[in-house]
Design a protein around this ligand. Sequence first.
Ligand SMILES: Cc1cc2nc3c(=O)[nH]c(=O)nc-3n(C[C@H](O)[C@H](O)[C@H](O)COP(=O)(O)O)c2cc1C
Length: 210
Amino acid sequence: MRIGDLKVVAIGGSLRERSFTYQALEYAAGLLSGLGCRVRVFDLRVMRLPFCNGDNQDPRLDYPAVGELRRSVGEAHALVLATPEYHGGLSGVLKNALDLLGAEQLEGKVAGSISVLGGTTDSNALNDVCRILRSCHSWVIPHHIAIGRPDKVFVDGRISDAGLRIRFEEFAQDLVRSAVRLCSPDRPAIESDGPPLNGSASAEFRCAGA
Ligand SMILES: Cc1cc2nc3c(=O)[nH]c(=O)nc-3n(C[C@H](O)[C@H](O)[C@H](O)COP(=O)(O)O)c2cc1C
């Protein structure tokens, strides 16, 4: 798989107009585009998404954005999810968007997550996102980014902290490297002398959307 073939969907979980979460997401999206990926950013502030009604077979025809989200995530190889930390967890906005999706769209996707929080940096929201992605059988990359005190970090639309800029670059490179490896249609088969492998761990593992 060539980097130019990689489709990445980036979703932000804040509805705030001057959201730092979107500043972080756009920064990551810019780096991924710079590496050659095809990146689409979903801005939930302007999309009309309903609450999940518990029926993922429901096409929600009154809300065309649901079909668009499901289709784009289904076709993507990789995801970037960015969330503000709310009350020690991910935002309800991002959780609802993920609830409108399912394993049908998320299985096999390579995913990286970013959190932004008003206090000092922690991993609470990131751990939530990681657990959700794991339960939908996505591949979560080792690099993640938590940004505390974003008012000090984002200055005039720029990231003031050189160490954080490097972390973003490593994050983008890790996402691309992992997606190229895991989503290649020509991944080598797993040879085994033991009993046949089956299920999603089989040698025939298919990357959804590839
Ligand atoms: C309902 C709510 C809950 C929050 N809970 C936390 C929290 O638990 N920890 C924290 O450090 N900041 C918390 N914050 C602050 C936000 O994480 C912070 O303002 C962040 O920048 C918001 O993201 P945004 O700029 O993308 O809107 C909370 C903010 C709101 C509105």
